[in-house]
Ligand binder design. Structure first.
Ligand SMILES: Nc1ncnc2c1ncn2[C@@H]1O[C@H](COP(=O)(O)OP(=O)(O)OP(=O)(O)O)[C@@H](O)[C@H]1O
Ligand SMILES: [Mg+2]
Length: 264
């Protein structure tokens, strides 16, 4: 059995101002091996965040089963940490204080707590900004604090929802390299949502393509590029072929939605 097993999972939401529910994702099946890096792409609203939230145990699923290391997911747990799509730092706490908060939440009471916080603040390159407050940081720095906070609690599984979404292309590349470096050293299981196809290929062992109405897995593409990944690979024939394949899958999803509209 893989570390994470998602079996036939559906998630329903309540429609606003009504008792009606609708199905946001349906029939999701995915097995994820320990230490692997899975990226998820798909058009806006196809349920990527929903799937991650269900994995985190932050929202219930209506059908199916999710297990991590054989245990059914029913609530958040110390084995999983999430970096949210909207950066969520406490404005009144410093960089150090924000990373510390993650450990405080998990009732981390060891003597080396502050030492550990310092280590992770350094790891994301913010050693000289430990006393800064969120409003004194750039968007990219704030996201690094979020990532440090998630990593510091030493989760087995790292769930990341477009963590680099707000960053410029240059910073994004640097952050991607940094993330891979940390992941290769610690061998966490990583699940990473992004809109950027190149980023999905560059980071992932597999790219999961989701489609809409309701959200489902459309294709899974194995990325057979050696590690460590380097920026030179972005221009390799294999990379270009993956990019084309993924664009085609996403375009096909858009086209099938258009057909639904045409029929209706
Ligand atoms: N709390 C909620 N209550 C009701 N509906 C919701 C809720 N959260 C999400 N939805 C709906 O579920 C569907 C999937 O949303 P989700 O946020 O998972 O999409 P996504 O793939 O992450 O999109 P994006 O790429 O824009 O972040 C959308 O139709 C959305 O309106
Ligand atoms: Mg989302």
């Amino acid at each position: 059995m893989a570390q994470i097993e998602i079996r036939d999972v559906s998630v329903d939401y309540k429609r606003p101002n009504s008792e009606e529910t609708f199905t946001a994702v349906d029939g999701i099946n995915l097995s994820i091996e320990k230490g692997s890096f899975v990226t998820i792409v798909g058009s806006s609203g196809c349920g990527k965040s929903t799937l991650l939230l269900a994995l985190a145990g932050l929202i219930p699923y209506a059908k199916g089963a999710i297990t991590v290391d054989g245990k059914t997911v029913t609530a958040p747990g110390p084995d999983r940490a999430m970096v949210f799509q909207d950066a969520s730092l406490l404005p009144w706490r410093s960089v150090h204080g924000n990373v510390r908060f993650g450990l405080e939440l998990r009732r981390w009471r060891r003597d080396d707590l502050d030492q550990r916080v310092t280590r992770f603040v350094h790891m994301v390159g913010l050693g000289s900004f430990a006393d800064y407050h969120p409003h004194q940081l750039s968007g990219g720095m704030r996201q690094r604090v979020n990532i440090a906070r998630a990593l510091a609690v030493d989760p087995d599984v790292l769930l990341m929802d477009e963590p680099f979404g707000a960053l410029d292309a240059q910073t994004r590349e640097v952050m991607g390299d940094e993330l891979l470096r940390i992941w290769e050293r610690d061998k966490k299981t990583a699940i990473f949502v992004t809109h950027a196809i190149d980023e999905a290929i560059f980071l992932g062992d597999r790219v999961v393509v989701m489609g809409k109405n309701p959200g489902h897995i459309r294709e899974i593409v194995e990325i057979d590029l050696p590690r460590p990944r380097t920026s030179a690979m972005l221009d390799s024939p294999a990379f270009i072929a993956y990019r084309q394949k993924l664009r085609d899958y996403i375009a096909a999803d858009m086209a099938s939605l258009q057909m639904v509209k045409d029929v209706a």
